[in-house]
Every structure is written in C-alpha cells, then in structure tokens.
Design a protein. Structure first.
Length: 258
C-alpha cells in the first residue's frame, strides 16, 4: 500500500512532477529564470541569469496582471547572484506577468496549483489502524470504569451501559470508515470541487467536456479520464498540459472527439 498503484482502466501517460513555480525566459542576451520563491520566507520574485551576462536591478521590473484587472509593478534589488523583488507577492499566485529586461518585455503566466481535498487525501489504512487501537482503548477504559462504579456504589447496571456506549462509539467510527472506503471501491468522485475546476480548465478555451471520470488511486493521488469534444486541431498532449496545474492527478487519459 505504498505509492505504486494499479487500476483496471487503461491510461495515457501523465508525468507527475513537483512544480517549482519558475518560468524560463529566452532573451537575446541569454536564458533568464524567473521564480516565485517562498521557502520559509514571504513570497518574492527572484530573477537570475542562467546564461549570458548578469542582470542589473535598474534594468528589470516585473508587472503582474490579475484576472480582476489589478496591476502591480515590482522593482528589484541585487542579492548577489540574483535579483529579488523589493515587495512580497500577494496571494493567490495566479496571474500574468510582464518581465521587462532593458527595453524588451517578456510575458509569462503563473497558475495556482490545485490539489485534492477532504477524503481524497486520507490514508484509510492508517485511519483503520488508529480506529482499531482507539476502540480497544476506549472499551477497556469504559469497562474498568463500569466495574469500579459497580463495586464502589453497587451500580451493577454500569457494566452493560459501558458496553452499549462502547458499541455506539465503535459503530460511529466504523460507519465513517466504511462509507469512505466503499466510495473508493465504487470509483466514486472523490473531490467534486476538483471535478468542477477540471471542467472549467478544459472548457475555458471553447472546447466541450463530454465526459469526466475522476477517481482515487491512493491518498492524495487521483486518476482522470477526460473526453473532449472540439473542432480545433488539438492533440491529447495539449489538454494534458492544461491540466498540469492539478498536481494530485497522477494519471490522465484524454480522448478527443471531433
């Protein structure tokens, strides 16, 4: 029950990689990398020359344009080896950016990553083990308390009451576990919010989503079959690239219908 999963469906390949929130810019003077850096610090832009001459802070600015029309210009400061924005980047990190290097402007796009939420991320194996141990401990405590009260006050009815309470607690925990694992066995949609966002990502450019099957492969890992109706000459790889921001999708199969 580790990170290797198998499933009865046939899938097209989709490589799941950690996204480092960086973009590569090919300028006449060389290759420049722009990244949103937030490793233990407030998020800021960092810009460094991969090839070619070093960048100067006075020659570089980054302007963000958000979906609501809000704009913000970030000036840079030299940190020795790379440039960093003076101001931090507000959330969310979903925006278009115009990077000015000298007199040239390079547009890039950052998208907020989407991850599975709720029951799709739970490790039910660990959950079942914890429920089992906690149920044993709870019943043992209740039985001991019942016997002590029966001995001290003559409340003989405390022993069966403790047993009934323990049974109710175990039944409640078991119901939740059976409900969630049953949904996995039936390949039910584990995250309706993600399904809605997947639909928006596919249909946002004029295509039509004919069918979507989203199911859980393991904790935090989902599989998807996406059937798209389009009149445009697009291959399956185009739609896989549009769904790349959904980092919980470990495998994606795309079928295209003209």
């Amino acid at each position: 029950m580790g990170h290797s999963h198998s499933h009865g469906h046939a899938h097209g390949g989709h490589d799941h990689q950690d996204h480092d929130e960086s973009r590569e810019i090919v300028a006449p003077s060389g290759v420049v990398r722009l990244e949103v850096f937030e490793d233990g610090v407030p998020p800021r832009f960092r810009l460094r020359a991969q090839t070619g001459p070093a960048l100067t802070a006075q020659a570089v600015t980054v302007e963000t344009l958000r979906p609501d029309g809000a704009r913000q210009v970030f000036t840079m400061t030299d940190r020795g080896g790379y440039l960093e924005s003076v101001d931090k980047i507000p959330e969310p990190h979903a925006f278009a950016a115009n990077v000015r290097i000298g007199k040239d402007i390079y547009p890039v796009v950052f998208e907020e990553h989407e991850q599975a939420q709720g029951s799709a991320t739970r490790d039910n194996n660990m959950r079942a083990a914890i429920v089992h141990v906690m149920a044993d401990a709870a019943v043992s405590v209740l039985v001991i308390v019942g016997l002590l009260l029966a001995r001290a006050f003559g409340w003989l009815w405390m022993d069966p009451v403790a047993g009934i309470i323990g049974a109710c607690v175990i039944a409640s925990w078991s119901y939740g576990l059976i409900r969630d694992t049953g949904a996995i066995l039936l390949d039910m949609n584990p995250d309706r919010s993600m399904a809605s966002k997947l639909r928006q990502a596919v249909e946002g450019d004029g295509d039509q989503l004919a069918d979507l099957h989203l199911w859980r492969l393991g904790p935090g890992h989902l599989g998807a079959i996406v059937s798209v109706v389009t009149a445009k000459p697009r291959e399956a790889d185009y739609y896989r690239s549009r769904l790349a921001r959904f980092t919980s999708l470990s495998t994606v199969e795309v079928t295209r219908q003209s």
